[in-house]
Design a protein around this ligand. Structure first.
Ligand SMILES: Cc1cc2nc3c(=O)[nH]c(=O)nc-3n(C[C@H](O)[C@H](O)[C@H](O)COP(=O)(O)OP(=O)(O)OC[C@H]3O[C@@H](n4cnc5c(N)ncnc54)[C@H](O)[C@@H]3O)c2cc1C
Length: 471
């Protein structure tokens, strides 16, 4: 190892690894330090329940991963990453056994929303379908840094994107479309009247039409492992089992890049109250199941979907989100569920399945949501409980203990609402820079925010690269 590194990255989540890779491939000497014993952060896979059942404790489904401009530029397939597509990206079932469908095809999706809303849906997505590559580059960034590659389409999107979900939902008359959109917006866990819900819902819908909502063969760990494999190929080093507490514990480097929460960064790098105003969002309660068979969904569409959202209606989802945001526990949680073993035989012994589900709860909530989650599952899949071989649960305290970025169980590393959905982690021209010139932030606390897409790391690395060239 050279005596002086060019960059040290703290944290081996998808953003830290992407930042490290992008610096190493430019010929810089890079080392990554990770607190956990394995790389991955929110992109990891573990035998959490029984031998042979490989669960994703955090991210499982990757619409923004398969569609990430940062990942598209890297040889991740050569390092073992393979996307597996379910027949249907997402189903949004109702208790009568029917479902709204988010399909690869716009036509199939629109048809599932009912005659009155089909045309509205088609008109909503039409200006953007077929343009994912430029749209993703233009949207998954800090809006005021650089210029959009397709300015007209970007400008059009930006007339809609800041709107709250509630306004977008008003364009539709039936609960199939309204429920489907609410479920999509719920991925950022903000209330229906919070700005940017419309932009989020549309982004997830467009991602399905462009690249699908796949899982990674072998589990989400494959994403982190592919990034790590490529990093090592480029001469980078990775040190696990090393929780960084102070900057001076790290080897000398020209730049330090943090894949951490802003408050942890401030503490470690001695930045004082630099991020005092930064707010964390609601938490989640996660359950990973080992099942003796596939989930017995009433809805045939849910049986072939990689992701299943359980609201069902707009009002139910809005109420559940509002409660989580206000700090009240949900009576009936909105659930995001995934069934990776439908398309990936490596996840469970033959004929058996892994099943992934989480609901939203207040930040720091320490209750047990398992009973409420299973009551809701039984409503849409009667007999579900009879299939449970084992379950592993993790509420906010457990999630935060496993990964310090998930403060109070906030999986987005910072509330995605109000101005903070864009001004992350604080009002600054370059959000990746800090008050220390050689210290940078690259976690999902920066734009464009949560999800396994590496785009925060990608943009942070460009800033670090630019600074290193000048100094
Ligand atoms: C239950 C759950 C479900 C999710 N589902 C999805 C999904 O389906 N699809 C999706 O795209 N996203 C999903 N996400 C979100 C996704 O996992 C995150 O947005 C993403 O992992 C953020 O990447 P990151 O690199 O910014 O941070 P992280 O992945 O959180 O990685 C940060 C890393 O830094 C390390 N670290 C922190 N502090 C220190 C320190 N002081 N010293 C050394 N190391 C440190 C941590 O241990 C961790 O490994 C989910 C998350 C959770 C928890």
């Amino acid at each position: 190892m050279p005596s002086m590194l060019d960059a040290v990255v703290v944290g081996a989540g998808p953003n830290g690894l992407t930042a490290a890779v992008e610096l190493a491939r430019r010929g810089l000497a890079v080392a990554v330090y990770e607190a956990a014993d394995t790389v991955g952060g929110g992109a990891r896979t573990e035998e959490l329940t029984l031998p042979g059942f490989r669960h994703d404790p955090c991210s499982a489904v990757h619409p923004l991963g398969v569609g990430s401009p940062a990942f598209a530029d890297l040889p991740l397939a050569r390092h073992g990453l393979e996307w597996l597509h379910p027949e249907l990206p997402m189903a949004h079932p109702f208790p009568d056994g029917t479902a709204a469908r988010l399909a690869r095809s716009v036509g199939e999706t629109a048809a599932s929303l009912g005659a009155r809303d089909a045309g509205t849906y088609r008109r909503l997505v039409a200006p953007y379908t077929g343009h994912w590559e430029t749209l993703a580059r233009d949207l998954l960034r800090t809006p005021w840094l650089g210029t959009p590659t397709d300015p007209l389409r970007w400008a059009r999107y930006m007339t809609l994107a800041p709107q709250p979900l509630a306004l977008l939902a008003r364009r539709f008359s039936g609960d199939r479309a309204r429920g489907l959109l609410a479920g999509l917006a719920a991925h950022v866990i903000s209330a229906p009247h919070s700005p940017a819900g419309a932009g989020v819902a549309l982004l997830f819908a467009l991602a399905a039409h462009a690249g699908g909502w796949p899982v990674a063969r072998g589990g989400s760990q494959a994403i982190a492992d592919a990034l790590t494999g490529y990093l090592r190929e480029q001469g980078g080093t990775v040190h696990t089992g090393t929780a960084v507490r102070r900057l001076d514990e790290l080897p000398p480097a020209r730049a330090y890049v943090f894949d951490t929460s802003p408050t942890a960064l401030a503490r470690i790098a001695g930045l004082g109250g630099a991020y005092r105003g930064f707010r964390h969002g609601p938490g989640v309660f996660k359950v990973d199941y080992a099942l003796s068979g596939p989930v017995p969904w009433l809805s045939a569409d849910a049986r072939r979907a990689g992701t299943v959202h359980l609201g069902p209606g707009y009002g139910d989802i809005a109420d559940s989100l509002r409660r989580a945001v206000r700090g009240q526990e949900p009576d009936v949680p909105f659930l995001i569920t995934a069934q990776p073993s439908l398309v990936d035989a490596t996840r469970a012994p033959e004929g058996q399945h892994t099943f992934w589900v989480y609901g939203h709860v207040p930040n720091g909530w320490s209750g047990d949501l398992t009973g409420r989650i299973e009551r809701q599952l039984e409503r849409f899949a009667p007999g579900f409980r009879d299939l449970v071989l084992a379950r592993a649960t993790a509420g906010p305290p457990e999630l935060a203990a496993r990964n310090p970025n998930y403060v109070g169980g906030d999986i987005g590393c910072g509330a995605f609402d109000g101005l903070q959905s864009v001004l992350r982690p604080r009002l600054a021209r370059v959000p990746y820079a800090t008050s220390h010139p050689a210290v940078f932030l690259c976690s999902s606390a920066t734009p464009p925010g949560g999800g396994v897409h590496g785009m925060c790391g990608h943009h942070a690395a460009r800033r670090v690269w630019r600074w290193l060239r000048q100094h």
